[in-house]
Design a protein around this ligand. Sequence first.
Ligand code: HXC
Length: 258
Amino acid sequence: MAYKTIVVEIDDHVALIRLNRPDALNALNNTLLTELADAVGEADRNEKVRCIVLTGSEKAFAAGADVKEMSERTFVEAFTRDLFGREATAIEKCRKPVIAAVAGYALGGGCELAMMCDFIIAADTAKFGQPEINLGIVAGLGGTQRLTRAVGKSKAMDMHLTGRFMDAAEAERSGLVSRVVPAKKLMEEALSAAQKIAEKSQIATLAVKEAVDRSFETTLAEGILHERRLFHALFASEDQTEGMAAFLEKREAQFRDR
Ligand code: HXC
């Protein structure tokens, strides 16, 4: 499908989705978010795709929601049309692993979009921030919730209340990103991580994502019970037999998603 604001490439088992509004630092307008939600949904349904990488440009992952477009919204419009709600839900519902590869600015909705992904690999040029306060609004794509869970209350409050930016080193130190790499190596690192994930049993990768996500939704006891049941269930898969046999026979496992 031809998109106007994103570029999608599927190579081997990895779908690479690149935000592509260079003139506006990939600001998230209605078209981009709709196209992104479509593309993520399509990749999720595409049996060939086993992992998704979401990225932007060298200068910006995304500099936030499109302020020009947003400035014309009224409360009634935003509320009745559930501004960004449908698109966010579509992205959040993706069952396959999604890696955010972030270089440059990831601000406001851009930071929130990165946090919707399963993990973030950052270039050393990355800058994260929730500067909505400077526009007289608050985050609207989960930033108050996900940033707080990622970095704790004190730092989340600091970011949301002052609107300051966090560099890649601070983001790694505080647990917002899983790794930081030199900017030139960002895509190589993210695609290689995606490729590694694509080689695993898909049954197990879906179970991992479901179990970790569950930890944000439930009590410790319920989360552990859910994990244990998934663990038990995976003994019904041929991939478990193969994975363990391969280990014992000192060879690479050949997973078949069964
Ligand atoms: C619309 C944007 C934009 C945005 C940048 N641009 N960010 N357009 N919405 N969020 C446009 C600029 O208007 C400019 O267009 C071009 O991109 C380049 O930006 P500059 O400002 O000239 O670049 P620079 O001086 O390098 O500064 C980069 C920047 C700054 C620090 C990232 O652009 C900035 O502060 N942007 C806004 C960041 C922000 O407030 N984000 C949160 C938005 S609210 P022209 O045409 O002038 O060249 C939000 C709410 C989320 O995200 C709620 C749910 C989605």
